[in-house]
Structures are given as structure tokens and as C-alpha cells.
Design a protein around this ligand. Structure first.
Ligand SMILES: [Zn+2]
Ligand SMILES: [Zn+2]
Length: 185
């Protein structure tokens, strides 16, 4: 639907947001150490610098709130938000080819702070979504006790629950129990 790198950027942005307490698998904050940052970096095959500093960790932790906003904003709001990010970062898109990845776009150099790279990368990916009028694919999990975000790339846009907390199954069980209780009562 979108290019591979756009989809990967969207999924990694969602994964970063989903380290927040209330959204994560453990329900705890899962981004609390430089080791957590390193695991995220490696897990999503990022390129460029990784400093393993407290400052880098703090910047990533703070970025989660801004990235979460993208999952709740309207298409017009996202467009303005993307423009703001690109202007603030003085983004200069250029084609790069590195590691196992064929030509794709980087808009900030690999020695820019990690959080800044993620912020701009996400804005660039969202520019694709805005142009294609596909921003409604960014969602917050429909389970009432879960704040995880998701990127719904299903054909009929029917995905409502995150993959983090097995929420789809959980909600089915809850609905089933409610129906049983109703029938019994
Ligand atoms: Zn790259
Ligand atoms: Zn969920």
C-alpha cells in the first residue's frame, strides 16, 4: 500500500509510543534506561548514531507524547503538524542506500539526535498518508483499558485492537461473559 520504509517507520513510531505505561505489554513504562533505547534501536534496525546517554533517553521519552498526538489528530491537523516538524528540523530530504535497504529517503543526517531522526522520519511517512488520504489508518486501541496505538494496514481498515495486549481476544471474552450474564440474569 505504502512503500516498505514508510510502513516500517509508522510501525516503529507506534512501537515507541507503546512503551508508555498503559500501552505497553507489561503495563509499565518500558523505556526507562539507555539499554531500552539500544534495544529499540536494534530491534527496529535503525541506522546512524546511538549515543547511549541519559539525554538521548529523555528526548525519546518526551517524543512519545508528540508521536501519540499523530494517532489522534485529524488529517488537517496532521498536515499542519508535519509541516511544523519539517520546518523546525530544517529537513533536507535525500535518497540514501545503506545496509540491506535499497534507495529510500532520509531527511536528517545520521549524526542528528536519535529522537530528532525519528521525529522527522515519522513526519515524512505521515506526509505520504496525508497525500493518500489514509490518515484514519492511525488508531488508538478500542479496548477501554488500553491506550496502545496501532497502524491499521488491513484491506478493509477493520482493525480495532492493538497487538500489544492481545486486546481483541480479551474484549471478545469480556463481551461473551457480559452476554452470558445478561442471559442468566
Ligand atoms: Zn535508512
Ligand atoms: Zn490494546
Amino acid at each position: 500500500m505504502f512503500t516498505d520504509d514508510t510502513e516500517a517507520v509508522l510501525h516503529s513510531a507506534a512501537a515507541l509510543v507503546n512503551t508508555e505505561p498503559g500501552a505497553s505489554r507489561s503495563d509499565e513504562d518500558e523505556l526507562t534506561s539507555v539499554e531500552d533505547v539500544a534495544a529499540f534501536f536494534t530491534g527496529w534496525a535503525y541506522s546512524g548514531d546511538l549515543l547511549r546517554t541519559q539525554e538521548e533517553l529523555d528526548a525519546l521519552r518526551e517524543l512519545r507524547g508528540e508521536l501519540r498526538a499523530f494517532f489522534t489528530e485529524s488529517r488537517d491537523e496532521i498536515a499542519e503538524h508535519v509541516n511544523r516538524v519539517l520546518a523546525e528540523s530544517h529537513a533536507v530530504p535525500r535518497l540514501v542506500r545503506h545496509d540491506a535497504y535499497d534507495w529510500h529517503v532520509h531527511a536528517v543526517p545520521g549524526d542528528a539526535p536519535f529522537a530528532e531522526r525519528i521525529r522527522v522520519e515519522t513526519a515524512m511517512a505521515l506526509a505520504d498518508l496525508v497525500r493518500a488520504d489514509e490518515t484514519t489508518r492511525l488508531k488508538v486501541c478500542a479496548a477501554d483499558d488500553c491506550t496502545a496505538v496501532l497502524v491499521d494496514l488491513s484491506r478493509n481498515r477493520s482493525k480495532r485492537f492493538c497487538d500489544v495486549g492481545n486486546c481483541g481476544n480479551r474484549m471478545n471474552v469480556t463481551a461473551y461473559r457480559a452476554r452470558r450474564a445478561n442471559a442468566a440474569g
